[in-house]
Design a protein around this ligand. Structure first.
Ligand SMILES: [Zn+2]
Length: 625
């Protein structure tokens, strides 16, 4: 053999050796991975070219990459599960070491082991050579652990603290982290517990993946936001402008999904899906944030799903089917856009929307179907906010009046002014007059003693002191507590009573009703003079998700700083006052009695609406707690 030929051969050998040493996960998968017909829609040898966006995700998991943590936030049908499986194969075959694979629950770990791992191993020859079948005795291959030369893989669930406390591991795979519990067996966050297993390894790898869930509660989003926030940029087929694909750019006409086209953000041209394969080939990940230097974060949505998987047509079709139905829309946002769901979308009632539905009825006059009056009073340091509400059958409500009475609540004058609103007679549009049945005043502020005194002196006129409770699941109004000592520590001659008000329950009920757009049971009416400031206050609070002590998400009403919400508090108290009436009347016949009350006074000139009952479920009478 000529010396040059020997040199050439040596060169080939050197390259082969270096290639082996520098092998990445995607190269390993392209050489060795085989997809089975059972587990995959496209059986046969793995081709990274089919899902080009997974290449860099996988290669950050290669031992050659300096990245320590890889975060993948993604929608469905993008191949992320197989990308993770490729990493497992790479570790077993090429870079063995101890590995921990965590699923949301132990049951899910069992299912993954049986269904996916078994086929990953049996269909990929280089892997089945290294791991004995689970059936054979002493094979080192069980449901929850797989031994291989130079390493071992342990499977567990995020709900098992014991499993997470296993031996130190160089590789940690945390799958579907948004489904992990907040706390595991009282030992804290399962992600922290699992990650702690890897701290002794300087060249560790942590792979975290999930479809996101709810905003402010999503782990994967929190991790992504701490990362360098990579997006997959692809060139426009018309102008070559690089951009990442967004739902807002997908256009369609006349609610027809088959018209779906993508509108380039750079040149404005629209193009169809058949350009996708070329665009994905030419795509590249670009960081959009500095990150911490060790974490690579990837976000990708289903608009990137390769041709033949999920089409733009289907994305639009799914959206049209889900819009208008909050739970389905949430699933669509999570699994198609790969984004978190803002709980606000579901709970927000806009001030503008309410302003638009104001009606032509006379303020300060009880409308035709109004049978009872209640008043809610919120006590501030320099004023009282007062709302007067009329109520009819099925808790249909009308705002008669809302005002602020300025003054010092520690002085008598202010409370005398309140008498003029809360204790006066209000005219009925059919003739006659009604006084408020119950007046509920908040005693929770700085003027507890004054509120107690006012309520005690006017108890016969239906005035009660109340105190809001934020705990979930409390009735709108509970049983009164006796309070014999006032805020100054003085004993009162005749003890006052305070009614607890379940503010959280009342707000949830009332916000549900503010979302109603059809007058009828539970509908809340506003007259044309209602101001935009009133509606701003009414809608100032929003529901957010918080984690409770046990790590479970709970919804909570929160008032953003610098916002006022007296109008909402007054409505909550007026509604609690209406519920106080149910304690005094027989609830089954209350509205009949109230109608007779109006008739008996001889003030009624024409018959009221007949007392037909709405079907169960539609009435406000159905217990809300
Ligand atoms: Zn373009």
């Amino acid at each position: 053999m000529a010396p040059s030929a020997i040199d050439d051969l040596l060169q080939v050998c050197r390259e082969a050796l270096r290639f082996e040493a520098d092998l990445t996960v995607s190269q390993w998968a392209d050489s060795h991975r085989v997809l089975s017909g059972k587990a995959s829609a496209e059986p046969g040898p793995w081709r990274t070219d089919r899902t080009p966006y997974l290449r860099e995700v996988m290669d950050c998991l290669s031992t050659t990459s300096p990245v320590q943590r890889v975060v993948l936030m993604a929608g469905a049908q993008l191949g992320k599960t197989e990308g993770g499986a490729n990493w497992l194969g790479y570790v077993i075959d090429h870079a063995p070491g101890p590995m921990l694979m965590v699923q949301p629950t132990v049951d899910m770990a069992k299912r993954l082991s049986k269904q996916r791992l078994e086929s990953l191993i049996s269909d990929t020859p280089v892997l089945s050579e290294k791991i004995a079948p689970a059936r054979s005795r002493d094979s080192g291959n069980t449901m929850f652990s797989k031994e291989f030369p130079g390493g071992m893989m342990i499977l567990t669930g995020a709900n098992s603290a014991t499993g997470l406390r296993s031996t130190p591991c160089r590789y940690i795979f945390l799958d579907e982290v948004d489904a992990f519990p907040g706390d595991v067996d009282g030992e804290g966050d399962p992600v922290t517990l699992a990650e702690r297993r890897s701290t002794t390894f300087s060249r560790r790898k942590i792979f975290m993946t999930s479809t996101p869930t709810v905003k402010d509660f999503s782990r994967i989003e929190a991790e992504y936001l701490l990362s360098d926030q990579r997006r997959f940029f692809v060139p426009c087929p018309c102008c070559s402008g690089m951009q990442w694909l967004k739902w807002t750019q997908l256009k369609y006409q006349d609610n027809d999904p088959s018209t779906a086209q993508y509108e380039c953000e750079v040149c404005g041209e629209r193009f169809s899906e058949n350009h996708k394969t070329g665009m994905l080939q030419a795509g590249e990940w670009r960081a959009t944030a500095p990150g911490d230097g060790k974490t690579a974060g990837f976000h990708i949505n289903s608009l990137y799903s390769p041709l033949g998987w999920k089409s733009w047509h289907e994305v639009v079709e799914d959206f049209l089917r889900a819009k208008g139905d909050a739970p389905r829309l949430k699933t669509w946002v999570n699994t198609v856009l790969g984004e978190t769901w803002e709980e606000d979308y579901a709970s927000k009632v806009s001030a503008d929307g309410l302003l638009e539905r104001c009606e032509h009825f006379e303020p300060a006059v009880i409308p035709e179907n109004g049978l009872a009056l209640t008043v809610g009073v919120d006590v501030q340091d320099n004023r009282l906010a007062v709302s007067v509400w009329a109520w009819g059958r099925d808790e249909e409500g009308w705002l008669l009046d809302h005002q602020e009475i300025y003054g010092d609540p520690s002085r008598q004058e202010l409370w005398k002014q309140l008498d003029e609103v809360a204790l006066r007679e209000w005219p009925h549009v059919l003739g006659g007059k009604l006084r408020p049945d119950v007046v509920a005043i908040d005693s929770g502020g700085h003027f507890t003693a004054e509120v107690y005194q006012y309520a005690r002196e006017r108890g016969r006129q239906g005035v009660i002191a109340i105190k809001g409770q934020s705990q979930r699941g409390k009735p709108p109004i509970g049983k009164p507590n006796k309070v014999d000592i006032n805020a100054k520590g003085q004993t009162l001659k005749r003890g006052a009573q305070v009614w607890p008000v379940g503010s959280d329950t009342a707000k949830t009920t009332l916000f549900g009703r503010l979302k109603h757009n059809e007058p009828g049971p539970g509908y809340l009416h506003f007259h044309m003079q209602t101001t935009s400031e009133y509606f701003e206050q009414l809608t100032a609070e929003k529901q957010v998700l918080r984690t409770n002590r046990n790590g479970f998400p709970v919804r909570e009403w929160v008032l953003p700083a610098s916002k006022r919400n007296e109008a909402l508090d007054c409505l909550v108290y007026a509604y609690a006052a209406l519920n106080r009436m149910y304690q005094r009347y027989d609830r089954r016949t209350m509205w009949d009695q109230l109608e007779k009350r109006l008739e008996a006074a001889g003030k009624k000139k024409k018959p009221l609406r007949s007392k037909q009952q709405t079907p169960t479920g539609a009435t406000g009478f159905v217990s809300n707690w």
